[in-house]
Design a protein around this ligand. Sequence first.
Ligand SMILES: Nc1nc2c(ncn2[C@@H]2O[C@H](COP(=O)(O)OP(=O)(O)OP(=O)(O)O)[C@@H](O)[C@H]2O)c(=O)[nH]1
Ligand SMILES: [Mg+2]
Length: 212
Amino acid sequence: MGMTLSNYRLPSHNCHRDRKILLLGLDSSGKTSILYRLHLDSFGGFIPTIGFNVENIRPPFCKEHLVLWDISGQSIQLWRHYFLHNEALVFVVDSTDYARIREAKEALWRVLQHQDMAETRFLLVYANKQDRPNAMTVREVMEALDIENLVKTATPTTGAAGAAGRRRRWHVQGSSALLGDGLWKGIEWLCAQIKDRSMNTSVATPSTSNKG
Ligand SMILES: Nc1nc2c(ncn2[C@@H]2O[C@H](COP(=O)(O)OP(=O)(O)OP(=O)(O)O)[C@@H](O)[C@H]2O)c(=O)[nH]1
Ligand SMILES: [Mg+2]
């Protein structure tokens, strides 16, 4: 499993109420597989999503539920209808899909520059399919998505969305929905941020670990 990279440290954590989490990524990146690995600890048998799936998960380290919205990757033009009132964006990348990593980056940037994503403060990226031998490392995925610039650079969108983008905390987590690796670690980071959202967000020192 690859490293994890983050611009924020892990504080102690507890979630306090239901939180809506948006799960996006190109088609076949593994969103539905991740959703049901988290929800039912099962894998496989999924057809490409038409529309969306919604499931609640109750992480052992959170007091309340996370409501995960898994939107079809084949319906990018419809994603914007789900943008409002999300606590966090979970963006899933197929780490073996070298041919479409640029497309994934462009999709992620478009999403986070949208005005309706202004209140979405946390970005968790799953660099998924780390079980496959040719997978990009977590650092390679982070660099391909250019996340550091995404959160630092003033975006074409001004006003609230631009300001929100510059305050956004992010974390890249290596994962395998096939094996179940890394998924709860990413959720643990997310819960910690939700709990801790009132703290100063300006720390920008990447942290790493070797296990997904
Ligand atoms: N090896 C491996 N295969 C995976 C992993 N995650 C998903 N897959 C496979 O990738 C394919 C697509 O997975 P889905 O979960 O349906 O992808 P999706 O992102 O929901 O795709 P759309 O619904 O079309 O947006 C399936 O064949 C999965 O079995 C993983 O971590 N490792
Ligand atoms: Mg799906």
